[in-house]
Write a protein that binds this ligand. Structure first.
Ligand code: CAA
Length: 257
């Protein structure tokens, strides 16, 4: 029987999702991306999960889109929504996604990490957009997300040379949140995910949506979204519980309602 392309575990309220094509450094073919989107959407609907970790099985996070699958593609396969539909599904996940990156996050691998909300890296991690070496450019958001993340000059350098950067450089450039020794990668990601997963789920969801809008909208539109989201949270039991618990000097018990 074929190995599953995606492995799923749970640790309390945290879902752990592993890309599982280690023999090809977790190259992202269309079947894997579809399964990934299916699994993430299922976890997004599951009220017993509050935060999701995405990581790679073996020595890489992901070395990019599957080049052997892509090599003979026709141009219009990539134009429009068809090819990247599953990437859009990943991007629309409402719960926080933490990428735990060890080894290579190249091309689509780096783009997938950037679809996540927080990136934690092992010292072994290497981030890059080497598509230029294949005669193309990033196609799953790299030119846009990398530029928003590290700024024009550094994005230009990475995308035009194809050279990868180290985890320390990625930290210094603001691409990732923290760097840890390889053996600490999963414990660190898990402890952060658990901390987020304990928070009131509706507020977490709205916070993620509002922060993403800071990169997608004008300041005026973003502030308007924030105000609406802030106001809407006053319709939740968790808001009343959170504020009453503060006043009564006790720990809040959130329900996601
Ligand atoms: N697609 C398909 N197979 C891949 C792959 C990819 N992106 N990356 C690695 N592999 C395969 C290799 O072909 C090799 O398979 P075989 O054992 O069958 O030969 C196996 O994984 C191990 O790889 P290497 O032997 O090359 O390992 P290495 O340690 O010598 O080198 C590497 C590692 C530098 C990451 C090298 O594999 C590499 O350069 N990979 C390609 C990286 C890349 O160009 N990514 C961008 C893809 S395009 C893209 O992602 C477009 C987009 O924006 C959506």
């Amino acid at each position: 029987m074929d190995e599953p392309l995606i492995l799923v575990e749970r640790e309390g309220r945290v879902g752990i999702v592993r890309l599982n094509r280690p023999r090809v450094l977790n190259a992202l073919n269309t079947s894997l991306m579809k399964e990934l989107a299916d699994v993430l959407e299922e976890m997004d609907r599951d009220e017993n999960i509050g935060c999701i970790i995405l990581t790679g099985q073996g020595k890489a996070f992901a070395a990019g889109a599957d080049i052997s699958e892509m090599a003979d593609a026709a141009p219009f396969q990539f134009v429009g929504n068809a090819y990247f539909a599953d990437w859009q599904r990943v991007r629309r996940v409402e719960k926080p996604l933490i990428a735990a990156v060890a080894g290579y996050a190249l091309g689509g691998g780096n783009e997938l990490a950037m679809c996540c909300d927080i990136i934690i890296a092992a010292e072994t991690a290497r981030f890059g957009q080497p598509e230029i070496l294949l005669g193309v450019i990033p196609g799953a958001g790299g030119t846009q997300r990398l530029t928003r993340s590290v700024g024009k000059g550094k994005a230009m350098e990475m995308i035009l040379t194809g050279d990868p950067i180290t985890a320390e450089e990625a930290l210094d450039w603001g691409l990732i949140n923290r760097v840890v020794p390889p053996e600490q990668l999963e414990p660190e990601a898990l402890s952060l995910a658990q901390k987020i997963a304990e928070k009131p789920p509706l507020a977490v969801k709205m916070a993620k949506q509002a922060i993403l809008r800071a990169q997608e909208m004008s300041l005026e539109q973003g502030l308007h979204f924030e105000q609406l989201a802030f106001g809407m949270l006053f319709s939740t039991e968790d808001q009343r519980e959170g504020m009453n618990a503060f006043i009564e000097k006790r720990k809040a018990q959130f329900k996601g309602k």
